[in-house]
Design a protein. Structure first.
Length: 919
């Protein structure tokens, strides 16, 4: 008996699951596509346009065959000349918001009316491939949601001028896509060969790179081809100059890889390197103590090695309370000065060496630590971001009182390694078991120093920083700073101390939320668990003699209270890992936050038409404005990748446009010439609390521009390697227009990227973070310009520029608008009162560039400078209490091939490959 004949039925599975022959849950996207990061989850439809055409109609059949043949012969792209729509290969879906409903094109026709002959099909297999390709091109996409259309990303004004206002407070979404998570399916850890691991939160820079469907392949590519981290062959007899080995050694120590690394003996010729280092260090405030400190030396004796003369000490204390205290107001000036005078034996301001410290109790070591931090902050406030300007201040041409004081203080440096002594003083107490207000003050100032000191690199998006903040918050809770003393009849502290405690508590709240919006980690605080009132100033409760400084400090802290709740609510949604969040709910919260928060902020620095000094309150408000845009950039970049993978290209571009607006319309025009302009803005204070935020935001902007330029480069390479590329450029106007737009977007994005890198190069002579960022981006440049990465390494996991021509034209207008703003930066007029502060003359005498910006320091000079610093103090940047042996003074260069170790947070950032040897 014959078997019953089974009826053939279509299987409703996505094309990806069908190719892999696995079960499909028929989701949109399905779980398999999500797991394997397949950007296009689509389902086949039995809709064949050519099936309704009579086979006997020779012209129609040839047209269909020609279209299929062209799809096979040119797998890179299919261009419809009628509407400019571009669909790259079999990877990216057609723009679902395009008005075109054409499924296939006819025979390839030249513009002069003739036709091109298509090679005959020589095998049945090729014919089947042609039919499959034609079927893929003819899939009818489902209707789009009414909220998403091609006009979504268009403003009401010109192509880019009103974009910032138009995009603010708008975060559209697709109702049928109800869930989203900032925590991807991959493990959020970086492992270092089983020895250590580092967690990265969803809004950190490493997470942005890992989220992007193209940039994440850069990591694996570099790891595959250049990972030789453990190949060290030291030449013990070498007397060569500081080398890349020092760089490797430094962050191997920072990353907990090499705590057991041995020390090298001191080299005979080291003094000449130290002398060369000190000549440069005086110009940027990064001097070190010249000599070794015996381990058995008493702490008081060590302090005497670091502190300057009495005159310099009191001048730096006065400078701290006049210029730095407004940003970090956590000391009482009168009490602090009394304690320091007691330790020194008197309050004499004579220019004489301090020979004895009078300690009477253990708590005096805390005041010694606070003194070191205050002196170091006061010393750093002397320096600007231009080496030429610093040199003019160190060796002034005019003999004014102010110029002589600045030159005198700069000539008596406070070594940067003195901060280790402040940490040592903290370790005299069991601060992990118990605490008091003085210990909390020292912990807080140490935290601030590691955030803002130019030689350190504790960026805002480093998840390690959150651990210290949590400890500070819990210490404050244990001391009762979260409770309002005015709510109770009996006072436990005096009025000035209560005022000081309020300022400390609200600064910790600000610090906690700032780190949360920078990393995506949950805040450590909650409104339900404190009732402390915002700090307020009234005569008698001030902690500094200058009441204007006190008033500005209170104004800065009080302003944050208004935005604590909405920021806490939004960032808590980002940090949630248990379940995927509701997109509609989150976007509404984000709309409200952007509309109310950003519109309420008045960033004076960004709105200046004339370059004039700004007060501290205006500077901090501008910094807060940058931090909020920092958060918008990170969230929008996640949404861009999310909708790009779904194929919702208009929504994807909407969020990419928000990101580009932050990077190009806000950050780039402001950041360009920052070293020059900051000398005027912060003439009466210091930018020490401003620059780190700007550097971190700039780092994120570099990632965004890199993602755009590499997508364009991918599409361009596949066009250029196609066998009929030259023919299509001549015969197909749509193809040529598309290719020209890709080139233009790529060139403009690279131009913007180079602007950022040039500014990083300017700041890299002072800021360690900028130098590390610059070196990493120079390494990335080698990868993004290497065709092998796109054509070989990314084969099968392509991420091309899938936007249509209209979107590309809008991107071109946006980038050109930003570059025009940068090139017209000289419209800002300098208005400086004193002749000795004529910054334009100083820059012009130093050989400024045609645009009037600061002359850039060449890379070899900057590299040599940082290599010398690491040679003198290899473990700077992370606190190292003096060990049983003195820190190594020199490590001979050897056969080292160090590259970007992609298993670790710091080493990814610190890419330095050894193509440069200092002189």
């Amino acid at each position: 008996m014959s078997q019953p004949r089974r009826r053939n039925r279509n299987t409703f599975v996505c094309t990806f699951c069908k190719r892999r022959k696995v079960r499909c849950d028929k989701g949109s996207p399905c779980s398999t596509c999500v797991k394997y990061a397949n950007p296009v989850c689509e389902y086949s439809k039995d809709l064949l346009p050519y099936s309704r055409t009579s086979v006997s109609d020779g012209s129609a059949g040839n047209s269909t065959l020609n279209a299929a043949s062209r799809s096979v012969s040119d797998p890179v792209m299919a261009v419809s000349s009628a509407n400019g729509q571009f669909s790259p290969g079999s990877y990216a879906v057609r723009d679902p918001y395009s008005s075109s409903s054409s499924a296939h094109s006819g025979s390839l026709a030249l513009e002069n009316g003739s036709t091109l002959a298509i090679p005959a099909v020589h095998s049945e297999l090729e014919l089947l491939k042609q039919k499959i390709s034609l079927l893929e091109k003819s899939v009818v996409l489902p209707p789009t949601d009414p909220i998403v259309d091609a006009a979504l990303w268009r403003g009401s004004g010109d192509a880019s001028g009103d974009d910032l206002h138009f995009l603010r407070g708008r975060n559209p979404f697709i109702p049928r896509k109800e869930i989203f998570s900032f925590h991807g399916p991959g493990a959020p850890f970086l492992n270092i060969k089983g020895k250590a691991s580092r967690f990265y939160a969803p809004l950190t820079w490493i997470s942005l790179v890992s989220t992007d469907s193209l940039l994440r392949h850069v990591f694996t590519y570099h790891l595959k081809h250049f990972h030789r981290y453990h190949t060290f062959t030291f030449d013990h007899n070498s007397s060569s100059k500081p080398s890349e080995v020092l760089f490797v050694n430094k962050f191997a120590h920072e990353s907990s890889i090499a705590h057991d690394m041995g020390y090298r003996p001191k080299q005979e010729d080291q003094p000449k390197y130290i002398q060369k280092y000190h000549e440069k260090a005086k110009l940027v405030g990064l001097t070190v103590y010249d000599g070794d400190i015996p381990n058995d030396m008493d702490m008081v004796e060590k302090l005497l090695l670091f502190i300057p003369s009495r005159k310099v000490l009191w001048m730096l204390i006065d400078r701290f309370f006049a210029r730095v205290y407004v940003y970090f107001p956590f000391l009482d000036q009168t009490d602090f000065e009394l304690q320091i005078a007691r330790l020194l034996g008197s309050d004499s301001r004579e220019h004489e060496k301090i020979t004895k410290i009078y300690t009477t109790q253990k708590m005096d070591t805390i005041y010694m630590g606070l003194l070191i931090i205050v002196l170091r902050f006061g010393y750093l406030s002397l320096f600007k971001n231009s080496e030429a300007l610093n040199e003019a201040r160190l060796y002034p041409q005019e003999s004014t009182k102010e110029a002589e004081e600045v030159s005198f203080l700069m000539s008596n440096p406070i070594p940067m390694d003195s901060v280790d002594l402040a940490q040592m003083s903290l370790h005299q107490f069991g601060f992990l078991r118990y605490s008091n207000l003085r210990i909390l003050q020292l912990c807080l100032y140490l935290k601030l120093y590691y955030i803002y000191a130019p030689e350190n690199c504790d960026s805002a998006d480093d998840t390690n920083a959150k651990a210290n903040t949590a400890m500070l918050v819990n210490t404050a809770l244990s001391l009762g700073l979260h409770r309002e003393p005015d709510r109770y009849g009996q006072r436990a502290r005096d009025e000035k101390t209560d005022h000081l405690c309020r300022k400390i508590w609200y600064f910790l709240l600000n610090l906690d939320i700032t780190e949360s919006i920078s990393t995506g980690l949950a805040p450590c605080t909650n409104r339900d668990y404190f009732d402390t009132s915002p700090p307020y100033y009234e005569p008698g409760n001030e902690n500094v003699r200058d009441t204007e400084v006190e008033s500005n400090a209170v104004k800065i802290l009080r302003r944050f209270d208004k935005f604590y709740d909405p920021l806490h609510q939004v960032v808590s949604k980002v940090a949630k890992v248990g379940n995927q969040m509701n997109v509609a709910c989150f976007c509404k919260l984000l709309d409200k936050l952007e509309a109310e928060y950003l519109n309420d902020l008045k960033p004076e620095i960004f709105e200046q038409t004339e370059l004039t000094p700004v007060d501290a309150a205006a500077a901090i408000e501008s910094k807060t404005y940058m931090q909020m845009n920092f958060f918008i950039l990170c969230v929008s970049f996640h949404f861009f990748n999310f909708y790009e993978r779904l194929g919702d290209l208009n929504l994807a571009y909407f969020y990419l446009k928000k990101v580009l607006n932050v990077a190009l319309n806000i950050v780039l025009p402001f950041y360009d010439g920052y070293a020059e302009k900051s000398s005027v803005w912060f003439r009466d204070s210091t930018d020490i609390a401003f620059a780190p935020t700007l550097q971190t935001l700039t780092h994120k902007c570099l990632i965004v521009l890199l993602a755009v330029s590499m997508r364009c480069r991918f599409s361009m390479l596949e066009c250029e390697t196609s066998h009929n590329h030259e023919r299509s450029l001549l015969c197909d106007s749509g193809y040529k227009r598309r290719y020209d737009l890709l080139n233009e977007v790529h060139d403009l994005s690279c131009a913007c990227l180079n602007y950022f890198l040039d500014i990083c190069s300017t700041l890299s002579n002072r800021y360690y973070y900028s130098w590390r960022c610059l070196k990493a981006q120079r390494k990335m440049k080698k990868i993004r310009e290497n065709p092998e990465f796109y054509l070989s390494w990314c084969k099968g996991k392509e991420t091309r520029m899938a936007f249509n021509n209209d979107i590309l034209e809008d991107m071109v207008a946006l980038m050109k608008h930003s570059l025009d703003k940068v090139q017209s930066k000289d419209s800002l007029k300098f208005r400086v009162d004193t002749p000795s502060s004529d910054i334009r003359d100083i820059f012009s005498n130093g050989g400024g560039t045609p645009s009037g910006s600061i002359p850039l320091v060449t890379d070899p000079e900057v590299d040599d400078w940082w290599m010398q610093m690491l040679s003198v103090k290899p473990f700077l940047g992370k606190p190292v209490l003096y060990n049983s042996q003195p820190p190594p003074q020199h490590i001979a260069s050897g056969n080292v091939d160090y590259n970007l170790n992609l298993d670790d947070f710091n080493i990814i950032f610190d890419s330095y490959q050894g193509e440069y040897k200092p002189t």
